[in-house]
Design a protein. Structure first.
Length: 301
């Protein structure tokens, strides 16, 4: 526990720019899922995902505010700076995804057949979902590591990119299970192995940072992360070459979308999504490797 000589409550958790951003996150998150649950409505996997995002982010944000206001975070076996930075980045990605998906699938201009009241609730929920994303992005901007600053790893550009890399990998996995036919060739199975290996190691790096256990390792965490990132660049480079060849070359796949392919159930569409996000993650790992040469961090913040 912290020294009892100071105040019991941390008012800066509410009045600082980061504290205000978190209060707005709590307000906008609660408003968003309340509007949807009350009258806006949701259905199918897309709607369920959006509701999960808003309730999950709201719950964790309330937890963070309560811990910082009462100093209870000092009792947790977490690297608090790493935890809050990682969550802010994750919440930013999840909230922008929900802010795009919900209006795309549930908002319409006309009132028929859902009625004008339901339509208005859905539009309002979409607006607050967008504001929620802005507040989480603001926290990432406010807490990111400044040039030359010694800080927690997850607050650095490299640490934040780890969250984005894992998130993009989840999109790839979602496309893989959507009838992508990745088991057709050994080469595409190799690509799946690359995606899986890099995702697992990235999650392990984040987990060690958030739990503050990096100091217990018998090897240099910082050096090993840089070596892994270099390896991930090489692995993703191989996938970025192999996947398009075995999916879109006329010898193995189809360079164009088949005309009889059903919308939403077409392997070619899933293969295209995987190809695009393979290149996205390759770029993220390259940027990560470049930034990792410049950072200095401590594990206990």
């Amino acid at each position: 526990m912290e020294s009892t000589g100071g105040p019991y409550l941390n008012t800066a958790a509410m009045t600082s720019p980061v504290g205000i951003a978190r209060l707005l996150q709590m307000t906008f998150g609660c408003t968003t899922f309340s509007l949807v649950a009350h009258q806006g409505g949701f259905s199918a996997a897309y709607g369920t995902f959006c509701m999960f995002v808003w309730t999950f982010c709201f719950a964790i944000t309330v937890f963070i505010i309560a811990c910082e206001f009462t100093h209870l975070h000092s009792c947790l076996s977490l690297s608090w700076g790493n935890f809050t930075a990682a969550f802010a980045m994750l919440a930013t990605l999840m909230s922008i995804t929900a802010a795009v998906i919900y209006p795309l699938y549930f908002v319409q201009v006309g009132c028929y057949p859902i009625g004008c009241e339901v339509r208005d609730f859905r539009i309002a929920a979409s607006v607050f979902a967008g504001l929620l994303f802005v507040t989480y992005a603001s926290e990432v901007f406010l807490t990111r590591a400044k040039p030359g600053q010694v800080t927690s790893y997850m607050a650095t550009i490299s640490g934040l990119l780890k969250i984005v890399q894992a998130f993009v990998a989840c999109i790839i996995f979602g496309a893989l299970v959507n009838d992508s036919q990745y088991g057709k060739y050994v080469a595409t199975q190799w690509c799946v192995a690359v995606y899986s290996f890099c995702f697992v190691v990235t999650v392990v790096v984040v987990a060690f940072s958030v739990t503050g256990k990096t100091a217990l390792l018998w090897f240099s965490f910082e050096r090993s992360v840089v070596i892994y990132t270099f390896g991930a660049v090489l692995l993703y480079t191989s996938a970025a070459v192999i996947w398009p060849v075995f999916c879109f070359d006329s010898k193995y796949g189809s360079p164009r979308r088949p005309g009889l392919c059903a919308k939403g159930k077409c392997p070619w569409d899933s293969q295209l999504v995987i190809a695009i996000f393979t290149y996205v993650n390759l770029l993220l790992y390259v940027l990560d490797l470049a930034y990792s040469q410049r950072i200095r961090f401590v594990s206990h913040l």
